[in-house]
Write a new protein. Structure first.
Length: 306
């Protein structure tokens, strides 16, 4: 993997969130800054009406860094509904080509249910070639069945997870392909089980750059739980320390019954935010539960290769 120079001028990182996900976005900010010492960041926060005082709480987690709050006005995005564990805020990323400042041509997009353990500058400097999107395949989706349903050329591991993306906004703006994604959401919503992620995959099928799975280590890469996983062990990040832990699916670290092999990584960074008490109360975290999580995560982490 290309090791970035420490003098990367600025890394542009975008989030699409609502007020409910501010505490978790704070964890992401805190973790990525902690693991990219000396980096300069420009954070683009796509939102649907987060209040000024709430914004200040998030900005306190990244002192000295640049924030730009981009409020959505596109009714197509604002009127969409969520489904199951997919928040309506997931659609906010689709507004990035229009809302991001004109001088921003590349963005790392992150969902707010991740913890960044690697140096994000390594991801920022990845080559995309002719592709407009770089991502990691979603191991919980049968890409061949997906392709058959939507009349696409079948291929294994050809479906990407949209929670961590490297976006060439210049190419996306030129092609206007995010508008095609929105068109699919309006016309075929009921067919799209994973909603905008499905629509993104249809539009960019076969035209996205495969990134190292360490940049998006998903729950099913670590825990089978009786659910299908469509990648072999050799195709995943087994035995290696994730660069980004993605708490996919409904069982989040802040859930009352939340469990994950790396759950303490979330709480380790949560402690450095203004939201520690509120989230522990939400998840009904007691002293015993906290200690048990910390010990398990520490032991598991120690067995992984850097």
């Amino acid at each position: 993997m290309k090791i970035p120079p420490l003098d990367v001028a600025e890394v542009v990182v975008a989030f699409g969130i609502d007020a409910g996900y501010l505490p978790h976005a704070a964890v992401v900010l805190t973790s990525l800054i902690d693991n990219a010492r000396g980096a300069r960041f420009r954070f683009l926060i796509v939102h649907d009406g987060i209040l000024i005082d709430q914004r200040a709480d998030l900005e306190r987690c990244a002192p000295g860094q640049r924030f730009e709050w981009l409020e959505i006005t596109d009714s197509r995005v604002l009127n969409m509904e969520g489904r199951r564990h997919v928040s309506r805020a997931a659609y906010h990323r689709l507004a990035l080509p229009d809302l991001a400042p004109a001088d921003v041509s590349r963005v790392v997009y992150l969902d707010a249910d991740v913890v960044v353990i690697g140096d994000i500058r390594e991801l920022w400097t990845q080559e995309l070639g002719e592709c407009a999107i770089g991502g990691v395949y979603d191991v919980g989706i049968d890409s061949e069945a997906f392709a058959k349903h939507f009349g696409l050329p079948p291929k294994r591991l050809a479906y990407f997870n949209s929670g961590i993306l490297l976006l060439d906004l210049a190419k996306i703006r030129q092609s206007n392909e995010f508008s095609q994604v929105l068109d699919l959401l309006e016309t075929r919503f009921d067919e799209l089980d994973q909603i905008d992620q499905d629509a993104l995959n249809i539009v960019f099928w076969g035209r996205w750059k495969h990134l190292d799975p360490l940049w998006n280590v998903q729950r099913r890469m670590l825990m089978q739980e009786g659910r299908p996983c469509f990648a072999e062990k050799s195709e995943m990040a087994n035995g290696r320390r994730p660069k980004i832990i993605h708490f996919t699916e409904h069982n989040k670290p802040w859930s009352i019954d939340g469990y994950h092999p790396y759950i303490w990584k979330y709480y380790h960074y949560l402690r450095r935010t203004p939201y520690w008490e509120a989230i522990n109360k939400l998840g009904e975290t007691n002293f015993k539960k906290s200690i048990r999580r910390r010990i398990k995560t520490t032991l598991i982490w120690a067995l992984l290769k850097p």
